[in-house]
Design a binder for this molecule. Structure first.
Ligand code: PMP
Length: 409
């Protein structure tokens, strides 16, 4: 069991009053998580005592900055059980990870008529880069459907994964339904037809133990800001032989071995994919986030979120006119509850909840096709993390009752 009250003291922002006497109830970690003091301190220390450009200077300060930045990469690699840290590429966010693969791997390996398999529950980050690749190459995109429970319809896999499929890219956990997908099964199914498998782990890595070797995925991307780390940093993991064979995505300093007036040769992994001065403080901050989460334990964090999700599903089921989308059982769901209320627009729900200091997200959550399939333009979404308490869920439910009252439901 997590000591949630103690954990809450690690997050300065959770002491904030949104309005006089009304504390912040932050239920929007799926959009971006809050930051513990350990992460803030690591970044502050870096800027105060350690800052110099990395990989360049032959002086002590630059070496110290390089060591801090590269040691963070080692710890992040360990956190997802990557075989080596050379397979862990710093990018800006999960979105950039998908763009890198769709561009660098996609341009060289995908041709007209080839198929790219996605699912209907993907975030735009795992949709648009592939649509752009399809536009460039003439490849065809197919979408594995989800069923009424918001679960992928695995019985359709043989129809959708064929010898034409070049890559199957799917989310490990939906940021709308919260559905926890059977990643290993999906990766194996892709490999069985000779396709690669890429995992969107943006909603998974912050909330559960992730082991890229156990999943055997070819690529995996996630963002630092959703896992207690800073914005501006994310990770692309890839299998060594694939990354070795791929051309660079962005060109410039740091990613080269030699440049002449006639051309250039590339640096080794991972730096081949890291052009220009990187997000040094952010890499160090993400390293601190990984240490923080590791100390608490990913299994304990996952168990806490399952408990809170179960509690929330029960409590929300008591609110009349409210429908929670996605799996109805907490064990199939990450810490996300997207819901709609008959006759009340999600934006109105979010605005009224804000008056009680409660931060939830309302909109399409960067998953417009998912909402289109449900016949919705938007939903309201409460999402949970290691600091979420049952008292906060009670406040959410009480506030939703007030929404009904305001709308005379
Ligand atoms: N995939 C999923 C499942 C997400 O939840 C998010 C962020 N909400 C992303 C991808 C994209 O993350 P970012 O905007 O940090 O690139």
């Amino acid at each position: 069991m997590l000591d949630v009250e103690k954990i809450r003291t690690d997050f300065p922002i959770l002491q904030t009053e949104m309005y006089p006497g009304i504390p912040l109830v932050f239920l929007d970690s799926a959009a971006s998580s809050q930051k513990p003091t350990a992460v803030l301190d690591a970044m502050d220390y870096y800027y105060r005592a350690l800052h110099a450009n990395v990989h360049r200077g032959i002086y002590r300060l630059s070496e110290d900055a390089t060591n801090a930045y590269e040691s963070a990469r080692e710890r992040i690699a360990h956190f997802i059980n990557a075989p080596t840290s050379t397979q862990v590429i710093y990018v800006r966010n999960a979105t950039e990870g998908f763009n890198l693969v769709a561009y660098s791997w996609g341009n060289t390996n995908v041709q007209a008529g080839d198929e790219i398999l996605l699912t209907e529950m993907e975030h735009h980050a795992n949709l648009v880069p592939w649509q752009m690749l399809a536009e460039r190459t003439g490849a065809i995109i197919r979408y594995l459907p989800f069923d009424k429970q918001g679960m992928l319809d695995l019985s359709l896999l043989p129809q959708f994964l064929t010898e034409k499929t070049k890559i199957f890219s799917f989310t490990a956990v939906s940021n709308v339904f919260g559905t926890i997908n059977p990643v290993k099964q999906l990766v194996d199914a892709a490999h069985a037809v000779g396709a690669l498998a890429m995992v969107d782990a943006a909603q998974a890595v912050p909330h559960m133990a992730v082991d890229v070797q156990a999943w055997d995925c070819d690529f995996l991307a996630f963002s630092g800001h959703k896992m207690c780390g800073p914005t501006g940093i994310g990770i692309l993991y890839g299998k060594q032989e694939l990354l070795e064979a791929m051309p660079p995505f962005l060109g410039g300093g740091d990613m080269i071995r030699r440049v002449t007036f006639d051309g250039s040769t590339w640096n080794e992994l991972p730096w081949k994919f890291e052009a220009g001065t990187p997000s040094i403080a952010e890499g160090i901050g993400l390293g601190a986030a990984v240490d923080y989460l590791t100390d608490i334990g990913m299994d304990a964090i996952h168990a806490h979120e399952q408990f809170i999700t179960h509690y929330a599903l029960e409590a929300l089921s008591e609110v009349p006119d409210l429908k929670v989308w996605g799996p109805a059982v907490a064990s199939q769901k990450g810490g996300v509850a997207a819901f709609t209320m008959a006759k009340v627009h999600p934006h109105d729900i979010a605005e009224l909840l804000d008056k009680d200091g409660i931060a939830i997200r309302a909109g399409h959550h960067c998953a417009m096709p998912l909402h289109q399939k449900l016949g919705l333009s938007a939903s309201a979404r409460a999402s949970f993390y290691l600091h979420t308490t049952t008292a906060e869920i009670d406040k959410l439910v009480a506030s939703l009752h007030r929404v009904r009252h305001v709308f005379r439901l």
